[in-house]
Structures are given as C-alpha cells and as structure tokens.
Design a protein around this ligand. Structure first.
Ligand code: DSN
Length: 414
C-alpha cells in the first residue's frame, strides 16, 4: 500500500492497525470471516470505476464487456453451487436482498411471519425499527423454552391463524439445523410465499453440510461474507417465475449502479466454494464450534438449545453471575473478540443481554482445529471465572498472541 501510505498516512495507519488487530486476536464473531488475497485483489481492482446499471448484455452504459463477463461468471458459479433457477448477485447487502424480495411480492401493510429477533431471528425479519417492521404487519414465531429448538407446531398454528403473505425462515443466532421442508410445507398449506434467509449458514449449505432450502423456497437470500467467506455483499436466488420482478426491484427499484468490483470478488469467492479446501474448512468450522461448545459445557456453561450443529452457538451466562456486555469487554482485554447477545426468554434487555454468541468461521479459516478450539474455550472460562481480576485477561492476551502467531493470516502480514 505504498501509494496510500504516501498520500494518506492516517487511513494507511488505521488499516495497518486493523491488520495487526485481526492478525493477533481470536475472532469469534459468528458473522465474520477472512477473505482470501485473491478476493481482496478483485475487490480492490479497476472494476470499482465502472458504472453498469442494468444486467449483463442489457446495460445503460457503454464499455461493459468486462464487467458483463464477471457478472456472468458470478451468476453461473452461484448456480453451480446452489442449483437455483435464477440468481441476482447485485445487492449490496443481505438487508437489501431481503428488501428486494419483500418489495417484489408484497405490498406495505401485508402480513409477514418471521422468527423473533430475541429468539435468534434478524432485524430484517420484522424488527420494529427496521424497514420490515415499519412497512409490514409482523407476527413472530420462536423457539421452545425447554429445548431452544424452533417451535414448528407454533409456526404452523400462527400461520394458519394469521394467513401471512410471506413466511421467513432463517436466523442470526440459532445453532440447530433448520427444517426448510417443514417451513415450505406450512407456507404451501396457507398459501404464503416462502423466503429462506441463509445468510449465516450459506457456506455450510454450499458445502452440503446443512440441508438446502432451494428445493422448497420461492426465494433464498444470503450475505456473501459470513460462512460463505466472500466479499461483503448480498445474493438472491429464486424460482424462474419471480426472476423478472425481483431483478426489476433490485435495479432500478432500490439500487443504482452495481458494485462491479464486489461482483468480481463474489465470482472469485464462488470459485473458492467449489474447491476441496473450502469444503474441508466448512467441515472444520462445525467441528470447531462443537469443540468449543462441549468444552464450555464441561465447565458448567449453559449452551442454548443444548449444543450446535452449525458454525455458532449462544451461551446463557445467567448461572455465571455475569451478563453479556461485561463478558464481551473482559474477553476483548484477553484478545478474544465476540459479541454479547440476547438469548431466548431473556429477562434482560437487548442492550444488556444475558448471553454471548460464539462462532467458529474465522478461526477455522485461519487453520485452527479442535485442540485449539478447546484451548480458546478454556481461556474464555478462565477469564469469566476471574471476572474480578482483569490481570488474568491481560495475561491470557499473551497466550492468544502466541496462538495467533502459530496460525497467521498470511496476506495480512506487514
Ligand atoms: N449483523 C449480522 C450478525 O452479526 O449476525 C447479521 O446480519
């Protein structure tokens, strides 16, 4: 980054500091991951200069041959991975992907049925201050209090009673397999459109480690940067019959020019999804999440829903005499980065919740295996158990640093 250093040393310095932070901390934020050097090169390329409103071979500007080529590559690779009838790779984010789906087949005021945010759902599935909650009449399903698993009976009951226009499956803090067929059956029974938002688990779906919703859902949306391990962005898949409408809502409906450098990077990341290295990394992600959850359970921690079948899990800290926010802060002192999280049936607020969320994508992408995952869980326990003595966290930071040195992120080295 010589030119950047020369011209803007402040931004250059912030990027160096961020490289250093990522290199020497353990990242357990379940929605984050590490993009490859190839993805970053595509993302940092001249394609950022190009306007390309419209779609490949149907643009509103001249000079689009090369960006057309990368968009076609992105679409065909995504089709090969997910087997969807139609794919749109232009949305800038997962939220915009969801917005495009909503706007393509519902009207303001329609009823939508999504998972309760406090039970693991997402802001765009009907949260009051989100466009979804502001635009639609929202009803929620949730998880069972005794098992922490999605309550499919309640889902059906609410759907039959409320007759929603759309049912949304998907979560940002749910660690069990989602039964997309059951969702599809309920949607069919009540005549609702079925949207599966697989932002969190799309990498697992791509690797065949979580059942795909594609055969059952009218629409499937995702981000591209979580388990999927691509650049920050969104993705829409749908049945052919919705293709024209949803494309029109993305452009010109809610977006202008697509980010062609990001679409190029999406194409690269989809090529990665088709490799054995990628599939092995997704497998290891689940193994690492399970190793951390089991180690914490053996140390007396309560894991919401009893364990994990995917890349993440929630820890209910109520029996540990500490809430999520102070835990997040203490662990950051130890160089372990995660987020506080509301847990189902929490008696505390979203801002000051009782839980933390732990995810394994990033540690798995940098090569850590179960042994290291168990070590990280042991450090988490030591920090929490010594909550009144911050020097313990500061000491663990040195061990975290050493572990990170053993598993470097090569392209972040200065
Ligand atoms: N904000 C993301 C997460 O952390 O799960 C969801 O979009």
């Amino acid at each position: 980054m010589k030119k950047l250093k020369e011209f803007d040393s402040e931004v250059w310095q912030a990027i160096q500091d961020e490289n250093e932070r990522q290199q020497f901390t353990i990242d357990l934020i379940a929605s984050e991951n590490i993009t490859s050097a190839a993805i970053q090169e595509a993302q940092g390329s001249s394609m950022t200069n190009k306007y390309a409103e419209g779609y490949a071979d149907r643009r509103w500007y001249a000079g689009c041959k090369n960006v057309d080529d990368v968009e076609k590559l992105a679409v065909s690779r995504a089709k090969e991975i997910f087997g969807a009838e139609h794919i749109n790779v232009q949305t800038h984010s997962g939220s915009q992907a969801n917005m495009a789906v909503y706007f393509s087949c519902t009207k303001p005021g329609d009823k939508i049925l999504g998972m309760d945010l406090s039970h693991g759902g997402h802001l765009t599935h009907g949260f009051g201050k989100n466009f979804s909650g502001l635009t639609y009449d929202v009803v929620h399903y949730g998880v069972k209090e005794d098992t922490g698993h999605i309550d499919y009976d309640q889902l059906r009951e609410i759907a039959l009673r409320e007759k929603p226009k759309m049912i949304i499956a998907g979560a940002s803090a749910y660690s069990q397999i989602i039964d997309f067929k059951k969702f599809g059956d309920v949607a069919k029974e009540v005549g609702a459109i079925f949207l599966a938002d697989i932002a969190h688990i799309s990498g697992l779906v791509a690797a065949g480690l979580h059942p795909s919703p594609v055969p059952y859902a009218d629409f499937v949306t995702s981000t591209t940067h979580k388990t999927l391990r691509g650049p920050r962005g969104g993705l829409i898949m749908c049945k052919k019959e919705y293709a024209k409408k949803v494309d029109q809502v993305v452009f010109p409906g809610i977006q202008g020019g697509p980010l062609m450098h990001i679409i190029a990077a999406k194409a690269v990341s989809f090529k990665e999804c088709l490799t054995d290295e990628y599939k092995n990394c997704q497998k290891q992600t689940i193994l690492n999440a399970q190793a951390m959850a089991k180690e914490l359970q053996s140390r007396g921690y309560v894991i919401v829903s009893g364990g994990t079948e995917n890349h993440l899990f929630l820890v209910d800290l109520r029996n540990k005499g500490i809430a999520g926010r102070p835990t997040e802060r203490l662990l950051e002192k130890a160089g372990i980065i995660l987020n506080r999280n509301i847990i189902p049936f929490d008696d505390r607020s979203t801002m000051e919740p009782s839980g933390i969320r732990i995810g394994a994508p990033t540690i798995s992408s940098r090569g850590l295996k179960e042994e290291e995952a168990r070590q990280i869980a042991a450090w988490i326990d030591t920090v929490i158990s010594s909550k009144d003595d911050e020097s313990v966290a500061e000491n663990i930071k040195k061990d975290v640093h050493e572990l990170c040195k053993k598993f470097p992120i090569p392209h972040l080295e200065n």
